[in-house]
Write a protein that binds this ligand. Structure first.
Ligand SMILES: N[C@@H](CCC(=O)N[C@@H](CS)C(=O)NCC(=O)O)C(=O)O
Length: 205
């Protein structure tokens, strides 16, 4: 299968990872040409901006040159192309999958901002404290839902929660999140065994 689409990609971005995991699960990887693209909030990248004025990754350029962003849109597009089951079409399964996706994505948004803030010369303590409070609250809720998460059919919700927990391991190791959410950690261990997760572990470089 010839690569027909270009993906602005980085091995560090948890949002790109969502797309890569979906592509792996859906057998769509051969369709993607990965273009290493550096996205930084303080340094808009003209090469990304040519395809996405927000200068964010992931950004997908399709065979006809048309673009898709952001990560959830690309994930659903890939699922649609592959006629996959990562987005339950209707009913309670759909709302639960989208809700877990929203929790994972919202947690990621908070973690990215938290990391930006803590790297400033003079981090605003109230902001850092608020991000930590929200992170702990997300983990508490997800731990209470771990059994339901583990028994639901694999969906975009699991993909995004997995990327958020993987990002905690990657950038927030000192938080020790597994001790805060042991049942969630047990589920995450099974998720990490999937080839789609193993082959997309974040790496520096
Ligand atoms: N909501 C977006 C978030 C994407 C995002 O923020 N990606 C980061 C990389 S991890 C980025 O491109 N940052 C550059 C910037 O904010 O200018 C999505 O789901 O794709």
């Amino acid at each position: 299968m010839a690569a027909a689409m270009k993906l602005h990609w980085s091995p560090k971005s948890p949002y790109v990872r969502k797309v890569m995991i979906c592509a792996h699960e859906l057998g769509m990887l051969p369709k993607l040409e990965l273009v290493r693209s550096v996205a930084a909030m303080l340094k808009p990248n003209p090469a990304i901006m040519a395809d996405n004025p927000l200068s964010k990754i992931p950004t997908l350029v399709r065979a006809d040159g048309s673009t898709l962003f952001d990560s959830i849109v690309i994930c659903e597009y890939l699922n649609d192309q592959a006629k996959g089951t990562l987005f339950p079409p209707h009913g309670e399964a759909r709302w639960q999958a989208l809700r877990w996706h929203a929790l994972g994505d919202g947690l990621l948004d908070a973690l990215i901002l938290w990391r930006n803030e803590r790297e400033r010369e003079l981090p605003l303590k109230a902001l850092v404290d608020a991000f930590e409070l929200k992170t702990r609250a997300c983990l508490q809720l997800l731990d209470a839902e771990a059994a339901a998460i583990g028994s639901a059919p694999f969906s975009i919700g699991h993909v995004t929660l997995g990327c958020a927990l993987g990002y905690l391991d990657y950038r927030f190791d000192s938080l020790g999140w597994r001790a805060l959410a042991p049942r969630l950690a047990a589920w995450f261990a099974t998720l990490q065994a999937r080839p789609s997760f193993q082959s997309t572990e974040p790496i520096d470089g």
